[in-house]
Design a protein around this ligand. Sequence first.
Ligand SMILES: NC(=O)C1=CN([C@@H]2O[C@H](COP(=O)(O)OP(=O)(O)OC[C@H]3O[C@@H](n4cnc5c(N)ncnc54)[C@H](OP(=O)(O)O)[C@@H]3O)[C@@H](O)[C@H]2O)[C@@H](O)CC1
Ligand SMILES: [K+]
Length: 499
Amino acid sequence: MAFELLTPGEMAEADRLTIAVGPVDGIGLMRRAGGAIADLVLARYPGARTVHVLCGPGNNGGDGYVVARLLAENGVAVGLFATGAPREGSDAALAAAECPVAAAPLAAFAPEAGSIVIDALFGAGLSKPLGSEIVQAIARTAAVGVPVIAVDLPSGVSGVSGDILGSAFQATLTVTFARKKPGHLLFPGRALCGEIVVVDIGITDATIAATGARCFENDPAWWRPHFPSPANDAHKYSRGHVGVFSGGPSATGAARLSAMAAARAGAGAVTVLSPGAALAANAAHLTSIILRRSDTLQDTLAFLGARKPEVLVYGPGLGPEPEVGRFALELMSVADGRFGALVLDADGITSLSHRRAAFFEARKRPNAPALVLTPHHGEFGRLFPEIAADASLSKLEQARAAARRAHAIVIYKGPDTVIAAPDGRAAVNTNGTPLLATAGSGDVLSGIVAALLAQRMPAFEAACAAVWMHAEAARRFGPGLIAEDLPLALREVVAELGR
Ligand SMILES: NC(=O)C1=CN([C@@H]2O[C@H](COP(=O)(O)OP(=O)(O)OC[C@H]3O[C@@H](n4cnc5c(N)ncnc54)[C@H](OP(=O)(O)O)[C@@H]3O)[C@@H](O)[C@H]2O)[C@@H](O)CC1
Ligand SMILES: [K+]
């Protein structure tokens, strides 16, 4: 299934391998790429009066010359504007030579209402911020509000990171080749692509695999085979037991949200581990969730010995104090098979930022539990300040670097949540919704992750599934959503996935 995301470098490698194997050559790929775009334009805009094609100096421009030629051959009035002639001997120069429409300088481009713009200025080869001539062309296009069809990427959007280099077109439709690129899915690029259509230009799945791409668009299609479904003879503990640590008397809700989500996501048993002072508050709100007092590490060890939970959730509602971080380190050091995995969220992450060296050291120990970290942007910056400050890394690369550093699955949350594993696998989530920007929503996510881990779903797949399910539940519930609604809204999502 075609969920890999290719960096521009990996895409260039796929092109190179395809051409090396033959029979299609570089200009052949370009003709296919341009041909697919011309077909889409003709199908989608049959009444377009004029199509303006803007061509850059590289192969993206080459695709543009193919589109211009094919549209002209189909009787469309074509305006062609170029930043300069393509390099002599290049495929783009060949495509330009085959194009019967004369190119005018880009400065002369002035789109009118009713026209369509094909942006073939820069794609995978964007290497620096756009110059003023191009920025002005973008502004003139935006001023008339005509549809823009971007070839490969909206010019100005980095295919690697989704960052905007100076300025960028707001596309109505972006047509890319073989596979999507990270820049299509990471913000702000994602918002500038409009609809994204991936066209097949003859690059095979085997060739994509040969590029070594290890990043994916998050989709149930590839993790669903690992999704847990209870065996017929299941009992509550065989379906996985999750323990969730609660905050003090005035901060217990977060743990209960996490616990409810873990139960709805299929954990057979869920225990809230509460400080004695918060037992009454928790008891007043819990029914099927087990409640157990835990004030000290000894209390927790007694629970681990007696109840043998697979997964612990540590962080929601605990407060950012250093002793919270110290306890997280103690938990990791006593794990030694007493529990399989730890989900560290919210204050569990922030509190460790005071003990980063000890934390990273603890992660190197051979008996350390599996770990899932679920930072949002601020928490990520606190635990991984050097990685967060490295502007040369995309969000995707930052998440990967953090996963390697912490020997953990990292769920780097946001509108474009990235999930990364220490082995280099990564996924970008695409079903997120602003409905999730609500207090307590992160606590629910940590509970879902824990439940899937407790049911023995492999960690990377479990994290990807949890992120997708969380967003899917929010979407289905719709406006008015508060975090309390999410666990129940999960029911339908779990039912469909487990079918
Ligand atoms: N066979 C294939 O490979 C296929 C490729 N295909 C197509 O090729 C595209 C990739 O082509 P590409 O590698 O030539 O890169 P492209 O985006 O055209 O730009 C490179 C040129 O732009 C220049 N430049 C960069 N930034 C700039 C700026 N801000 N301002 C000014 N100049 C700037 C850069 O200059 P340089 O960095 O060298 O100084 C260089 O001259 C890909 O997106 C797809 O559409 C398809 O046809 C399928 C087959
Ligand atoms: K483009």
